[in-house]
Design a binder for this molecule. Structure first.
Ligand SMILES: NC(=O)c1ccc[n+]([C@@H]2O[C@H](COP(=O)([O-])OP(=O)(O)OC[C@H]3O[C@@H](n4cnc5c(N)ncnc54)[C@H](OP(=O)(O)O)[C@@H]3O)[C@@H](O)[C@H]2O)c1
Length: 258
């Protein structure tokens, strides 16, 4: 059995998660890759394992299922040193027009599964005095988002949880980071149902650049990582603008589907 540290990455079948898994592998971590699409996950594991000469286990799970985190734990062969809580999705639609089950699913993945995974693995990291958690939040975590209100609220939760846990474990050798990207070109926009006149038309970062910034910040022990100068400026705006006005400004770029 290898003595490399183990990184568990959720949502590693594509997008930012696949690139974060690449960063972890390039940095000498064995991988545990979690997502629903078995084929994409296997392809990712095969490519990363052979390119970076690390071990890569795949676990196919739907994180909307509250029992998934327990099943993942049961399949782990070694303790997790780095937890990358990346799996997540958004819905760009007026609240009242959104399928209630889809809202529940988003909260289950973006909030509940992320929290359960952190609870399952953080105490062991603290006991061993090393490792950490990289949670993928968003610039949405600093704003309220009319017409994507639940998504923005889930990301506010991720930022607050990350900051709280980071302080709680300070000095233990363990770190907690929230990566807060702006728009990144992945499958996210299509799944969220964004249309051309909304955020989809904004400048996008590529997933690798975003992941590399996140991994660097995580390895440096930073609590918040906001990649890109424009995004860094954006997350500071709420300090100077009243919250109601801020929500109205966001509504301007977040028109619901016609
Ligand atoms: N792209 C952006 O503009 C952007 C901006 C800020 C933050 N983010 C955040 O970045 C993270 C990654 O998103 P992305 O942009 O890379 O989007 P993506 O390409 O759609 O990837 C999402 C990943 O999450 C996994 N996932 C989704 N639902 C899941 C479920 N129920 N169970 C298990 N895995 C699930 C997907 O895998 P399967 O489909 O195989 O299950 C996929 O690997 C998300 O948390 C998102 O909120 C994205």
């Amino acid at each position: 059995m290898s003595d490399r540290p183990v990184a568990l990455v959720t949502g590693a079948s594509g997008g930012i998660g696949l690139e974060l898994a690449r960063c972890a592998a390039a940095d000498g971590h064995d991988l545990v890759l979690v997502a629903r699409r078995a084929d994409a996950l296997e392809a990712a594991a095969g490519e990363l394992a052979s390119r970076y000469r690390v071990a890569a286990q795949t676990i196919v799970e739907d994180l909307e299922d509250p029992a998934a985190v327990g099943r993942i734990g049961a399949r782990l062969e070694r303790p997790v040193d780095v937890l990358v809580n990346n799996a997540g999705f958004g819905i760009w639609r007026a609240f009242g027009a959104t399928d209630p089950a889809a809202i529940d699913g988003m909260v289950a993945v973006n909030v509940a599964a992320l929290t359960s995974l952190a609870r399952a693995h953080l105490p062991g990291m603290v006991e061993r005095g090393r490792g950490g958690i990289l949670n993928v939040a968003s610039v949405a975590g600093f704003l309220s988002g009319p017409n994507a209100a639940v998504y923005y609220a889930t990301k506010n939760y991720v930022v607050a949880l990350s900051e709280g846990l980071a302080e709680e474990v300070r000095g233990t050798g363990v770190t907690v980071t929230a990566l807060c990207p702006g728009p990144v070109e992945t499958g996210f926009q299509e799944r969220a149902g964004m249309h051309e006149t909304s955020m989809k038309s904004m400048a996008m970062m590529d997933a690798r650049t975003c992941a590399e910034a996140g991994w660097r910040g995580f390895r440096a022990g930073r609590v918040l990582v906001v990649p890109g100068a424009g995004n860094k400026a954006l997350v500071k705006v709420p300090r100077f603008v009243p919250r109601r006005l801020m929500a109205r400004m966001v509504a301007g770029v977040q028109r619901p589907d016609a």
